[in-house]
Design a protein around this ligand. Structure first.
Ligand SMILES: C[S@@+](CC[C@H](N)C(=O)[O-])C[C@H]1O[C@@H](n2cnc3c(N)ncnc32)[C@H](O)[C@@H]1O
Ligand SMILES: [Zn+2]
Length: 165
């Protein structure tokens, strides 16, 4: 139903190898089940490592429930290659003890799978995550669509300051 290959968005991505109907559980986000405490420590360690190395990197810790996270960093977790889009065709759905990437619309053969990474808007570091999803609705940065209003308010405030309005 899918394969990993080079993406125009970034690095590798996951692509549909046939038409996928809406509401299909496409790939399970698999990895090591760890307690929240371990998940938080690993996330902090990876962020620190990338900041120190000056490279862009990824943190693959996903919240499963209030007690546990899934550390999806092992290479066998192909769902880790799914990129973010401002106009996603998938979402993350938690079903019992499992995390799925599920289609939210009909996906054509050859289309890249994407979901909203859910990043909160942070005025100090949003610029570190430029979005290259290529959608005509792209907001320019990897920011959850739930936070676009905060981002737009921030831009509006800056424009008013600049123009002395
Ligand atoms: C979970 S990885 C996704 C797979 C990645 N393409 C790879 O080859 O490893 C997340 C990283 O991919 C990049 N990425 C994902 N979506 C992106 C987007 N829409 N625009 C730019 N970079 C993106 C960012 O560097 C992000 O930290
Ligand atoms: Zn975008």
């Amino acid at each position: 139903m899918w394969k990993v290959k080079r993406s125009k968005i970034h690095g590798a991505g996951v692509f549909a190898t046939k038409q996928i109907p809406k509401n299909t559980d496409i790939i399970e986000y698999i990895g090591e089940k760890v307690t929240k405490k371990v998940g938080d420590i690993r996330s902090a360690q990876r962020i620190k490592k990338y900041l120190n190395s000056n490279k862009t990197g990824s943190v693959y810790i996903f919240e499963l429930n209030k007690k546990f996270d899934i550390d999806g960093s092992p290479l066998y977790n192909k769902a880790r290659y799914i990129n973010h889009s401002c106009e996603p065709n998938c979402e993350v759905s938690i079903k019992g003890n499992r995390i799925w990437i599920t289609s939210i619309k009909k996906i054509k053969k050859g289309e890249e799978l994407s979901y909203d990474y859910g990043y909160e808007f942070d005025k100090d570091d949003f610029k570190d995550h430029v979005c290259k999803c290529g959608s005509k609705y792209c907001i320019g940065y990897i920011i959850s669509s739930d936070h676009w209003n905060k981002f737009i308010a921030h831009l509006t405030k800056n424009v008013k300051k600049l123009k002395n309005l």
